[in-house]
Design a protein around this ligand. Structure first.
Ligand code: SF4
Ligand code: SF4
Length: 709
């Protein structure tokens, strides 16, 4: 990965008493080192990619501490890595995006939770729930509850987050249970500071190795019957009480008492900042977060401590539970706790607030107003009503001024190598008809939007080919599965390719070989071209230097295999047409080869800057549209979708249709020219070379040309 985290790594090196400034997720990273973690692993995914990206680049420093870092090939392998803490007093942490990553890791997690741990284990989850979420909207809470693993949800405040990381390990050890910490996108990116502690070199590490496995073989540490039956009992009879004891003794949950004590608010720690902001706009909290209503902030949302809940609710007329997402796990548990403790406080939650979706400040203000209106009508909430009215007015005013805005779906980067593949598929579909397209997780999923509108299903990372398995025998036309190289290595090779070969499937698979797990921040995969090849490939794609995907497919038994340069649209269309129409009965794989443009540009920029600084000649390619030739039918735009290929007013007063134009930002990938050629469009595209630091020959040539102009 070309992005450098030099400044972040400096923050990791902070010593006792120095001040850390930065984002929540980097604070977690520093807190892991302060906690004496021995190993760190994970699988990238927003909003926690940063943790692993920084750790991977900080390998040199972590080597000094003896901390092992592993960029795992999937969340399942990351979860399995925690097995190191079952038999040894070793602290370990892994990270991934949830809920999807937790789903992938489920097998290993269940076994880990059953066996229990000796060394503290912390799983840092990017809880991708709510308006910014890009995965299926579910909560990690269900996993914690079903496996009896503990779930932290710290207040988005750096000292609290760091404190909870340190306590997370201790809680895990006190209860022999893995601990998860969910961090929503706002918690990951909240900025702040905390007083750093010295990093702790772990007691057992790469530098202080164990001699071998435990001398005494303990069958009970294996999640295997009959041990699993005992472990199932241990969970509720020993580990759960131990965890509750630790949570209560260490006061991991926080009570903020306040003057208006007749009612109380119980909130997931992660929602605390939004709650305080909602109270502030209602005139019920000051700018420093001091609220007029008592709050119990649950920094640990599973398990709850019944005594804490009952004590908070006792003597109050009613309590409101603020819990984002469905179902209302916490509210149901609190209802049980209050009923068992015979606490008469009325319980509210989802009856005042929406069941599903993001709890924005606006949602919270509405819910709080409803709750207070019923149980504390003397509390003046008119400021909140006024604020809501102003928000509504602003919205109406904005929509009145702007009218209905055109949709702006997300799209591929400028010059992305995946765009030409979908152009080719679109062209071929005009001849043979539209096939069923099984999409996958990754950048190529942008093709489900205009102008490609391709993609009938999306069932998970690396699952596209598997998801087309039952479509193929039901349709006259072959289904097509599209998969990135990230998805291919994550899951697709076995779930899709091996399964298709074993079942003699007749589908078509397109593997986007762009060299990286691009959608998550261009992390390296096993087929990423070697560093040396990337350095050499100054102006060109570097991915052809690696044949791991092709060799793996051949080794597995794929007989119909083509590797095609993505930007050669005509060649791509030929290969695709052949795959769709050949008599060959079996899996057909097209490896679409083209380096991720984002990564390529990151790679090129410093190389070009150095070249220019040395005064060397450099040629940039740009494409343009001859406005006199452009017919204004915009077929090129419908085939390309490149954001730098757009329209402008026709300069010809006799023609009204806007003409196509290429604006700044073109990276010269050549797709527009290729499309025009492959689809036989109007010949309006031209290719220009911008020469920087021209040589004597360039200058003479330019002079001759200018004389002839
Ligand atoms: S990150 Fe790379 S693969 Fe993804 S859209 Fe951008 S250029 Fe394409
Ligand atoms: S050559 Fe065409 S498709 Fe490629 S970046 Fe430039 S305008 Fe976009």
């Amino acid at each position: 990965m070309e992005r450098q985290f030099t400044r972040e790594i400096e923050q990791l090196r902070l010593r006792e008493g120095e001040t850390f400034h930065g984002e929540g997720i980097l604070a977690v990273t520093k807190a892991l080192l302060q906690s004496g973690v021995s190993y760190v692993g994970g699988y990238q995914g927003a909003p926690v990619s940063h943790l692993l990206d920084v750790m991977v680049q900080a390998r040199e420093y972590l080597d000094e501490l003896g901390v092992h870092v592993e960029a795992c090939t999937s969340e399942a392998s990351a979860a399995a890595m925690l097995g190191a803490s079952i038999n040894y007093p070793i602290r370990g942490a892994v990270t991934w995006k949830s809920i999807v990553g937790t789903d992938v890791a489920a097998d290993a997690l269940s076994y880990l939770a059953s066996a229990g741990v000796m060394g503290g284990t912390l799983i840092v989850l990017g809880e991708d729930y709510g308006e910014g979420g890009v995965v299926a909207q579910e909560r990690s809470h269900a996993f914690a509850a079903k496996s009896l693993m503990w779930l932290l949800d710290p207040r988005p405040n750096l000292p609290t987050i760091v404190n909870l990381v340190e306590h997370g390990f201790a809680l895990s050890e006190a209860s022999n249970t893995p601990v998860m910490m969910e961090l929503r996108i706002r918690a990951c990116h909240v900025r702040g500071s905390f007083r750093a502690k010295a990093n702790r070199a772990p007691r057992i590490s790469m530098r202080r190795r164990l001699a071998g496995p435990p001398e005494e073989f303990i069958y009970d540490r294996l999640a295997h019957p009959p041990a699993t039956f005992r472990q199932e009992k241990l969970k509720s009879e020993v580990r759960l009480p131990a965890a509750r004891r630790y949570i209560a003794e260490q006061r991991l949950n926080e009570v903020f008492e306040a003057e208006e004590g007749s009612v109380g608010l119980i909130v997931q720690g992660g929602l605390y900042n939004s709650l305080v902001r909602a109270l502030e706009v209602m005139g019920l909290a000051d700018a420093f977060g001091r609220a007029r209503l008592p709050i119990l902030a649950l920094n640990v949302v599973y398990p709850l401590v019944p005594e804490e809940i009952a004590a908070f609710a006792l003597g109050r007329r009613a309590v409101l539970v603020l819990e984002e997402g469905q179902p209302e796990f916490i509210e149901q548990e609190i209802a049980t706790i209050l009923r068992r403790a015979e606490v008469p406080a009325k319980l509210h939650g989802k009856d005042c607030l929406q069941m599903a979706g993001d709890y924005t400040v606006e949602v919270l203000v509405r819910g709080l107003a409803k709750f207070l209106g019923e149980h504390a009508p003397h509390v003046d909430t008119s400021a909140g009503a006024g604020w809501l009215a102003r928000v509504g007015e602003l919205r109406r005013d904005a929509s009145g001024r702007l009218g209905s805005l055109p949709q702006r779906p997300p799209t591929f980067c400028v010059g992305c190598p995946e765009r030409p593949v979908f152009s080719a598929m679109k062209l071929v579909a005009q001849e043979i008809g539209r096939p069923h397209v099984a999409m996958d997780v990754g950048c190529h999923a942008f093709a489900s939007f205009e102008p490609f509108s391709q993609g009938n299903t999306l069932l998970g990372y690396g699952m596209s080919l598997a998801s087309a398995a039952a479509v193929a025998p039901m349709q006259a036309r072959r289904p097509v599965a599209v998969m990135g190289d990230g998805g291919f290595w994550h899951n697709g090779l076995l779930s899709g390719v091996a399964s298709s070969l074993m079942n003699r499937g007749d589908g078509v698979l397109i593997v986007m070989k762009n060299g990286y797990a691009s959608a998550t921040g261009t992390q390296e995969v096993v087929s990423t071209p070697p560093e040396e090849a990337r350095r050499r490939a100054v102006g060109e794609s570097a991915v052809h230097a690696d044949r791991t995907i092709e060799c793996t497919l051949q080794g597995l038994g794929v007989k119909w295999l083509r590797t095609v340069n993505n930007y050669d649209v005509a060649a791509m269309a030929r290969a695709y047409r052949e795959a769709m129409t050949t008599d060959y009965d079996g899996l057909k794989v097209i490896v679409a080869e083209g380096e991720c443009q984002l990564e390529r540009q990151r790679r090129l920029r410093p190389q070009v800057a150095e070249k220019l600084a040395r005064g060397e000649r450099h040629v940039r390619v740009r494409y343009g549209v001859d406005e006199d030739t452009c017919t204004g039918d915009h077929s090129c735009i419908r085939l390309s979708g490149c954001p730098t290929l757009t329209v402008k007013d026709n300069p010809d007063p006799l023609r009204r249709d806007p003409v196509a134009t290429v604006i700044d930002g073109c990276v010269g990938c050549g797709l527009c020219g290729e499309n025009a050629h492959a689809a036989v469009l109007c010949p309006s595209f031209y290719r220009a070379e911008v020469i920087q630091n021209p040589g004597w020959f360039d200058r003479i040539l330019e002079r001759v040309r200018s004389l002839l102009r």
